[in-house]
Design a protein around this ligand. Structure first.
Ligand code: SF4
Length: 359
């Protein structure tokens, strides 16, 4: 019998497992439309454990759409700092303003898809959880579960292609009386049991309906072709003079990061690359790109280039630095003298007292 033919068993097993095993996440224990919307946007590209403290802090400062709509965008971005993908914060802010002004308020999936930053996935999540509209939410977790349940070993060119292929099945399996919990249960199963590398079939609530569970290497299902890794190297400058650091302010034309600060690119300040080693080198991955950033200590330029600003070291915490730049700046400041910036009067005040690598 196919999975669709056994959908009642599937829905029941999944629902009773979810009722007992779900993690008590704050948007589940105190559900509301607003909390659903914020959690869905925050959870995109971010792990739940990473976003939890941000979510709690956000709710304390912006407890509803109106508070968020009334806030200045700079404050919204500041609270988002560290989560990355800032277009989500800008969109959430715009969405709150649009929602407050809307009359009547959006309710259906079609209406939600016209809201800023809301695409097919997020609109399905919002309307199923907040309004019980029977529409399936299909992400990587759901694709993985369905591919394994049906033992589908096809190869997909991209995540998007796989999502498209499994959406009809996901919609056939949805439990219409409680589609919000059904969708959340699917995502929870993918996040905690049917995980990418170590599926725990022994405790899986739908194991007896799973055609793929005996596959010798479940990590290979689904098969999604990955783009080749692209390696990129960026040189940046660390310039400190008279208790201030030179930063680049990202221009409005740059889109989602507009207005934020970052360590300047080296070639904007120095015509020749220093012969000394970088004082800090860090690598990170964004999708298929592996980016290595080298930070060099250089002398202050004679003129401050356009879009660059001197920011007092003791004001650094109050400006919005893009995520990795905040981390690197903190590391560099601690190396100069963590004590100095934590208010220790005995800490070195003069650059000549700093470690040689940073002087
Ligand atoms: S039985 Fe195993 S492979 Fe099948 S859905 Fe459950 S965890 Fe995934």
């Amino acid at each position: 019998m196919s999975l669709v033919q056994q959908r009642l068993k599937f829905q029941k097993s999944l629902a009773s497992w979810y009722a007992q095993s779900q993690r008590p996440l704050p948007w589940r224990t105190q559900p509301s439309l607003y909390r659903t919307v914020v959690s869905e946007l925050m959870a995109q590209q971010t792990q739940i454990t990473t976003m939890l403290p941000y979510f709690e802090r956000w709710m304390r400062r912006f407890p509803d759409f109106t508070c968020l709509a009334d806030a200045p965008v700079d404050e919204v971005l500041k609270l988002w700092e560290g989560l990355g993908y800032y277009s989500r914060a800008r969109n959430l802010h715009k969405l709150a303003r649009t929602w407050v002004a809307a009359d009547p308020k959006p309710r259906t999936r079609e209406q939600w898809q016209t809201m800023p930053g809301i695409g097919p996935y997020t609109s399905a999540a919002i309307v199923s959880i907040a309004f019980n509209e029977p529409v399936a939410v299909v992400d990587g977790n759901v694709v993985r579960i369905l591919a394994r349940l049906t033992h589908d070993t096809r190869s997909f060119k991209s995540n998007g292609e796989a999502v498209k292929a499994f959406t009809p099945l996901a919609n056939e399996l949805i439990y219409p009386k409680n589609s919000g919990d059904h969708n959340q249960a699917m995502m929870e199963l993918g996040a905690t049991v049917c995980t990418k590398h170590q599926p725990q079939c022994g405790i899986c609530p739908v194991a007896r309906l799973c055609a793929g569970r005996h596959h010798p290497d479940l990590a290979q299902i689904p098969k999604i072709q990955r783009k080749a890794t692209e390696r990129v190297e960026i040189d940046r400058a660390w310039v400190v003079r008279k208790g201030a650091v030179l930063l680049h302010q990202i221009p409005a034309s740059a889109g989602q990061l507009a207005g934020q600060y970052e360590l300047p690119k080296l070639d904007a300040l120095a015509p020749v690359k220093p012969t000394a080693k970088p004082i800090l080198s860090k690598s990170r991955s964004i999708t298929h790109r592996r980016i290595k950033e080298n930070i060099f200590r250089i002398e202050a330029p004679k003129r401050t280039p356009h879009e660059h600003k001197w920011v007092a070291l003791d004001e650094l915490e109050s400006i919005t630095l893009s995520g990795p730049h905040r981390r690197w700046t903190r590391v560099l400041l601690q190396e100069i003298s963590g004590a100095r910036f934590l208010g220790d009067p005995c800490a070195p005040q003069d650059e000549s007292d700093w470690p040689e690598s940073l002087r």
